[in-house]
Structures are given as structure tokens and as C-alpha cells.
Design a protein around this ligand. Structure first.
Ligand SMILES: Nc1ncnc2c1ncn2[C@@H]1O[C@H](COP(=O)(O)OP(=O)(O)OP(=O)(O)O)[C@@H](O)[C@H]1O
Ligand SMILES: [Mg+2]
Length: 451
């Protein structure tokens, strides 16, 4: 018996109870017994077992009613019913009502052990599966996509709207902005979540390879095709197909893809049989695909098929307010992975991160933080630890806005104020940054009432 399993046996014959207990007892298995249905139900309620073995005919509460209650209130408890010769119909009835199996009296010990073992193993596998699914839901659910900015909130809103439908979605955004994460979130929040999510990077393969990757091929379709192979369309059946870097597919393949999307049918390369599929398509690109359509480098008809709903993911530099959240989340993630407890990032480090342009967007930020954590020696990451381009960006990178028509005096005041802010009020450094003598700075601060 699996260690740690908890089994409850209910039967009104004391001999049967003891016999069953003896047969199932073993290391790590906890067995309880009940002499009638009422007693069994009380035990189930106080601490539901993994498995209930119950006789059908019992005083006070019969096995069928006990089964009904357990199925209603404790879905994680499996039920096996025990029945006498000649009452197999009631065992069948019990199976219809949710018992996993039945055993006929007199009980064969070997059969009993095998059945109990199998039921407990299956239940454990099912629970593990559910755990994995929950982890997957959490990983690709919204909880894991970070973004407080207006722009990201807008993206989440769009994801929520479009996820339950089967509309095609075109996700546009610079490299590393999180397009794939969003594609996953759409799938994970759709009715297809339990079906496959299949990703294809259209930029990574030559046109011929991409075609056979998508469509699959029959044996002998081309040199080297020594076996039939399923393509990504087939693998994604019932689920979602994610076409990454869609702008990279050849015009020739664009025609073929269009047909699949229109007809939800295709043939394998070298095949004649038409295969029907049900797929939802999400495409992504970091290129200006509208311009490509205008320049006839991307087919307009295919574009309209893909672009039913468009989600634009803004670059990181346009949502500075997300940087502290992202950076600290990555810090926690990599601290844990590397077993290095680190303090949250200081305001100075955050300011330096916010001043950067992040051409590689969130991915780049994530990599930078990973590097910082790996190299960290103390409990804190300081500006000095930052890579040179980020360190230098710190004092100069931040911009201040001066309204047009402002007076020189007002402008000077704002510039001094910004310099003091950047140096955390260090006047000597602020003076140096501004190219002023220290005394001059003091005089001006006095004049403008800055402290
Ligand atoms: N909002 C976010 N919250 C948390 N992690 C994010 C977020 N956006 C992106 N990431 C992380 O950044 C990395 C890059 O994201 P992703 O691969 O989805 O980007 P992409 O837009 O598909 O990039 P590319 O165009 O280069 O394929 C991943 O590790 C992803 O988990
Ligand atoms: Mg991507």
C-alpha cells in the first residue's frame, strides 16, 4: 500500500472488518473501521480518508446513501463498494453514482490489495496533475504578468476581453516586451486552456523547413522524410497555435497559411488527405507590419485574418512606473534561485534603472537583475554594482520638463532643483554637475528659496 494512505472500512460484520483490516494493514497505512453507516459518515466528516471501502447493506445508513454524501461533500475521497453474491446490480448502480470500483464477497485478498493499490495510485496521480495545472495557471495567469502602468492595465483589459473568444489576435511590440507571455495568458484564460499551446518561431526556420514544421509531412515527401510526421497545426488541434515573428514568413507560405485559417483544413506536405482542425491563432511581431502590408511584403488578406484584435505591448521605457515592480520581482526570483537573500533595491538603484532606455525591454531588465544577483557579495545591490551604461545613465538620463514660455529665472530654479534631487541633496556634487562654484550655488538656492 502507498505510504501515508488513509483508509476507512465500513461494514456491519465484525469479522469482515477485521479481515479487511488485516489484509490492508502495512507500513505507513492508517486504517479506521466503522460498524455502521452513521459511524462511517461521522468519521468521514471529521477527517476525510483517501479511500472508503463500504458495504452496501448496513444498518442506520446504507452504503448507497453514504456513497452519495461522500461524493457530494468530499470529492477527493475515493469509494469502493463491497457487495454480496447476487447483488451485482446494486454494485453497478453504485459505480454509476461515483464509486470507482466494487468487490464481491467473499473478498479475495489478492484482488482486494491490487484494486486498492490501483485506486490509490490513480488518485495520487490525479492530484499531482491538478497541482501541476494549478502551477501552470499561476505561471501564465495574470498574477505573473507585472504591470501597474495605465498602458499595461489596458493590455490586461484587452486580454480578458479577447481570451474567452476564438478571435485571432495579433500582438505587436518591441523585442522582450512580453509578447509570448501575453499569448500564453490569452490561452490560459480561454476555454482551450486544457488543450495544447503550440508555439512556432517563424523567423527561425527556412521556408521549406517551416512549411513541413507547420503542415507535417508524409513519408517520402522529400529526401530525408523517412517517416510521417505531424505538423504544428495538428499538434495544436483543439488548442492555440502561437505564430511568433509572423512577419518573417515567405509570401508563398502566407498563401498556404491563409487557406488553413480560412478553411480550418490542410494537407500534410506530400499528402492528399485533407485534415480538419480546430485551432485558435495568436500571432506576434516586433516589426511595423502595417508598413509591410503597404509595401506588399505581407499579404493584406492574411493580415486581416490575423489582425482581428490587435494588442500593442508598450516598450518598457514608456512605462517607467512598472520598472520598480519588475526589478524587485526579478530580484526575489533570482535571490531564491541562487539562495542569496538580498534587500529590495534602493531608491537610487531604482532611479538608475528608470533612467535607462532598455532597448531589450523586460527581457534585458530581467537579465541585468539576474547578473546583479549572481555577482552580489553583500546583502544589498548598490549603484556601483550596476553595469557601466546603467551607472552612467543615472545622473544624466532623467529628463525634466520645462513648460514653453517659462522665465529664465523659473527655468534655472527647476534645473537646480533637479540637480539637487539627482544628488540626493549633496550640494558639492550638485554644483559640480551644474558647472557652478559651490558659493554661487548656495547664493542661487537662497535666492530661489531652495533648501
Ligand atoms: N510584464 C511582465 N512581467 C513579468 N515578466 C515579464 C513581463 N514581460 C516580460 N517578462 C519576461 O521577460 C522575458 C521576455 O518576455 P517574452 O519572451 O514574452 O518577450 P517577447 O516580446 O516575446 O520577446 P521577443 O520579441 O524577443 O520574442 C520573459 O522572461 C518574460 O517572462
Ligand atoms: Mg517572443
Amino acid at each position: 500500500m502507498p505510504a501515508g494512505a488513509r483508509i476507512l472500512i465500513a461494514d456491519d460484520e465484525a469479522n469482515t472488518l477485521e479481515g479487511l483490516r488485516w489484509a490492508l494493514e502495512g507500513a505507513g497505512v492508517a486504517i479506521q473501521t466503522a460498524g455502521d453507516g452513521e459511524a462511517a459518515w461521522r468519521l468521514v466528516q471529521s477527517d476525510p480518508p483517501d479511500l472508503l471501502l463500504t458495504d452496501l447493506r448496513m444498518p442506520k445508513l446504507d452504503g448507497m446513501e453514504l456513497l452519495r454524501r461522500v461524493r457530494d461533500a468530499h470529492p477527493d475521497t475515493e469509494v469502493i463498494v463491497l457487495t454480496g453474491h447476487g447483488t451485482v446490480e446494486s454494485a453497478v448502480e453504485a459505480m454509476k453514482r461515483g464509486a470507482v470500483d466494487y468487490l464481491i464477497k467473499p473478498i479475495n485478498i489478492e484482488e482486494l490489495r491490487i484494486t486498492v493499490q490501483r485506486v490509490l495510485d490513480t488518485a495520487r496521480l490525479r492530484r499531482e496533475n491538478e497541482d501541476l495545472r494549478r502551477q501552470l495557471d499561476a505561471k501564465y495567469g495574470f498574477e505573473n504578468i507585472i504591470g501597474q502602468s495605465q498602458a499595461m492595465q489596458q493590455v490586461f483589459h484587452q486580454v480578458r476581453q479577447v481570451a474567452p473568444t476564438r478571435a485571432s489576435v495579433l500582438i505587436q511590440g518591441e523585442s522582450g516586451t512580453g509578447k509570448e507571455l501575453i499569448a500564453h495568458a490569452i490561452h490560459q484564460n480561454s476555454p482551450r486552456r486544457r488543450q495544447p499551446f503550440i508555439a512556432v518561431n517563424c523567423g527561425a526556420l527556412s521556408p521549406t523547413l517551416l512549411e513541413s514544421e507547420l503542415f507535417g509531412h508524409e513519408r517520402g515527401a522529400f529526401t530525408g522524410a523517412d517517416q510521417r510526421r505531424k505538423g504544428r497545426f495538428e499538434l495544436a488541434h483543439g488548442g492555440t497555435l502561437f505564430l511568433d515573428e509572423i512577419s518573417e514568413i515567405s509570401l508563398d507560405l502566407q498563401v498556404k497559411l491563409l487557406r488553413v485559417l480560412q478553411e480550418q483544413a490542410f494537407e500534410r506536405v506530400g499528402g492528399t488527405e485533407t485534415l480538419r482542425i480546430d485551432i485558435r491563432v495568436i500571432a506576434a511581431t516586433n516589426r511595423d507590419i502595417d508598413a509591410m502590408v503597404r509595401e506588399e511584403r505581407f499579404r493584406e488578406d492574411l493580415f486581416y485574418r490575423l489582425n482581428v484584435v490587435r494588442i500593442v505591448v508598450p516598450p518598457l521605457r514608456e512605462r517607467e512606473e512598472d520598472i520598480p515592480l519588475l526589478a524587485n520581482a526579478f530580484l526575489r526570483e533570482f535571490s531564491e534561485i541562487n539562495g542569496k537573500p538580498l534587500r529590495p533595491l534602493s531608491p537610487k538603484v531604482i532611479a538608475a534603472l528608470q533612467a535607462h532606455r532598455w532597448p531589450g525591454n523586460v527581457r534585458q531588465l530581467r537579465n541585468v537583475i539576474e547578473g546583479l544577483v549572481v555577482m552580489a557579495t553583500g546583502r544589498e545591490i548598490t549603484v556601483k554594482n550596476l553595469p557601466p551604461d546603467l551607472r552612467d545613465a543615472a545622473p544624466h538620463g532623467r529628463t525634466i520638463a520645462l513648460p514653453a514660455g517659462i522665465s529664465m529665472r523659473e527655468a534655472e530654479k527647476e534645473i537646480i532643483r533637479a540637480a539637487l534631487r539627482e544628488t540626493d541633496g549633496n550640494r558639492a556634487r550638485a554644483a559640480k554637475m551644474l558647472g557652478l562654484g559651490r558659493k554661487t550655488l548656495y547664493r542661487k538656492m537662497d535666492l530661489y528659496g531652495l533648501d
